[in-house]
Design a protein around this ligand. Structure first.
Ligand code: PEP
Ligand code: MG
Length: 309
């Protein structure tokens, strides 16, 4: 472990052989941001901006958005923060968007899709994010949720760059976009795997439904193989591939994800200590062995057991 030179806690995410994996926080509020810093997060891998507006009945003004984002960014001056643009719909309805009711909201107009008909909504949010970045000195990137094609990634990246945001990424949480990860990576600076939705859409299994929770197990070999393909595409191009879904918070699985080539793991503050400790005990070659064992398993339980062995 090495200190960051400013008297803060030592950086977490160092393997036994010194290999570094960026351990980041998932945040939705200023309190979450403080907790992430206190837990030793190097930065933020997922700022869920919709959490600032769950109760809003009208669109927040750019000035209101700027203040809300700055409050979350403030503890991360000089550090990297990935701000995700609004991810509304399905599990997170935002009343001010006035979205039509849909028979299958998880498959409907959610995430970046909301912006296709109303790009000015996205542009106002991007302007507020850029302003909050300069207010706080945080090294801000933006990331779009629910991207389904490489063309959508191109569309988002152009708008984000036009807003003056230098680093742009997209979430990989729709299986179709995982399959064209190479083309997506030509358009953006980084990608982040949202394993919660990626599992839901890969297995056609509602992430909120207990009856199908077994399919949404992040140790499912099919999910791990899809993650492996994206990580491989990233490694071939030098494009960072993070994980910001719940999979990143499982200490044993974190080792396998590092073995697959994932470069950052973003999680709730409470999980950072356990993941950091699990990574400190192993080197990169062991992580690769973990990954190979998990990939070769037939079921999630077998994958877990193989990794433990
Ligand atoms: C995910 O889908 O894995 C993710 C990180 O985003 P959310 O949980 O906010 O949908
Ligand atoms: Mg998601």
């Amino acid at each position: 472990h090495r200190a960051d030179g400013k008297g803060r806690a030592p950086w977490r995410g160092t393997l036994r052989d010194g290999h570094r994996v960026r351990l980041l926080g998932n945040v939705g509020s200023a309190a979450d941001a403080e907790a992430a810093v206190a837990a030793g997060a190097e930065g933020v891998g997922l700022f869920r901006t919709e959490f600032c507006y769950l109760a809003a009945t009208r669109e927040p003004t750019v000035a209101e958005q700027r203040a809300a984002y700055a409050a979350v960014l403030a503890p991360f001056r000089g550090r990297s923060v990935v701000v995700r643009t609004l991810d509304a719909g399905a599990d997170k309805p935002l009343p001010f968007l006035g979205l039509d009711a849909e028979p299958n909201p998880a498959l409907g107009v959610r995430g970046l899709r909301v912006a296709f008909d109303r790009p000015e909504l996205l542009d106002r949010q991007l302007a507020a994010i850029a302003a909050a970045a300069s207010d706080t000195g945080a090294e801000v990137s933006v990331m779009a949720p629910m991207v389904a094609t490489a063309a959508e990634a191109v569309w988002f990246a152009e708008r984000a760059r036009a807003a003056g945001i230098p680093r742009v990424g997209v979430m990989i949480e729709v299986p179709a976009v995982a399959l064209v990860a190479a083309e997506v990576m030509d358009a953006v600076d980084f990608v982040s795997l949202g394993t919660n939705d990626l599992a839901q859409y890969l297995f056609a299994a509602d992430r909120q439904l207990g009856a199908v929770a077994g399919l949404n197990d992040p140790w499912q070999p099919a999910l791990l193989r899809l993650i492996a393909a994206v990580a491989e595409a990233g490694a071939a191009r030098g494009v960072p591939v993070g994980v910001c879904g719940e999979a990143a918070a499982d200490p044993l699985l974190a080792r396998a994800l590092v073995g697959l080539g994932v470069t950052s793991l973003s999680m709730n503050a409470t999980a950072l200590g356990g993941v950091s400790a699990a990574l400190a005990e192993v080197d990169r070659a062991e992580c690769r062995r973990f990954a190979r064992a998990a990939l070769a398993a037939g079921t999630p339980d077998q994958a877990r057991a193989a990794a433990r062995r």
